[in-house]
Design a binder for this molecule. Sequence first.
Ligand code: SAH
Length: 354
Amino acid sequence: MTGSDPRANLYGATLSGLERIVEIEAQPRYRARQIAEWLYRHHAPDIDAMTNLPAPTRVDWNDRYRIATVQHHQAGTSGDGTQKHVWDAFGGDVYETALIPEASRLTLCVSSQAGCRIGCKFCLTARKGLKQSLSAAEILSQYRNLPDRDRVTHIVFMGMGEPLDNADAVIDAVSVLTSDWGYGLSPRRITVSTVGILPELERLLDETDVNVAISLHAARREERLPIVPSENRYPIADIVALLRDRARLALPPFAATGRRRLSFEITMLDGITDRPAQAAAVRDLISGIPSRVNLIPWNPFPGTQFRPSERTAIEAYQALLKRAGIMTTVRESRGQDIGAACGLLAGRRESRVD
Ligand code: SAH
């Protein structure tokens, strides 16, 4: 249900969800695929647009179903070309998307929740707390209603929210994005970033084929717990054990030939996460797991005691991992001047310019 409209929203439904609906409606099963194609191939704006549904069915369905998506307001373009879009969720909360142009890519960074309840100490979104988890329709609208949709090459779930704190909607959205009846995007071009909520991480590995990024930040529990509170319930040792297990079993995710990519993200905080002993601990923790490491220079915001790492510290950290044969990249900060960089999406209404 969206707003005060009691009709069920078809947009965001997976093929199996549509199959349930056509069964309830006593329609032939093949209709489900037809409807999916209207929704995700032809971007049908309403039920009436689905011209291969019988006319009486369209009239009848209009009373009970609708196609509702969320509209955006462009909220600014950074000096480096990064755009921020602000969306009003059906329930009225605000969430944001960053669109990041790079040499040969256009990366869409989507939100999975308005706000977040994990509480990572160095993340601005965390300060908002959780306003609402987004429905699959609200997640997918960030792609569907983007003016540059057809130019997007990569989608990363690295906007606001913890994707695995909203696993049902995120897994449905991934299914719509990657299925032939949906948007038909390659799962190799989609990455879900997570602090590692264990049962849902297992589901993500089992039920999808997308790339996975784990917000590691620190390898040792006593150093991760103070900055990533979910460490308390889901220890990094258990998360890595699960990933190692999958690698050992050589299941599609991480088999030598498998192409799903696993990465570990480390936000570089001066004196907190960037010390050489911590780089060594990360090396030891992930050794033998086919993966790469992404170092993220911390994007500062007022009111914390954190400081961004010195460039030399980041380089030393990277060099130590590289010596161990671990592919390690440093993420370039994009969109900082418009609050669109990692961890700066705060869903402020005043950031709108429409
Ligand atoms: N909730 C998801 C996605 C977060 S955004 C997750 O935790 O994985 C992607 C990465 O940016 C995460 O690793 C997150 O910890 C990191 N991050 C958050 N705030 C940041 C900031 N201010 N500067 C740099 N990185 C930040």
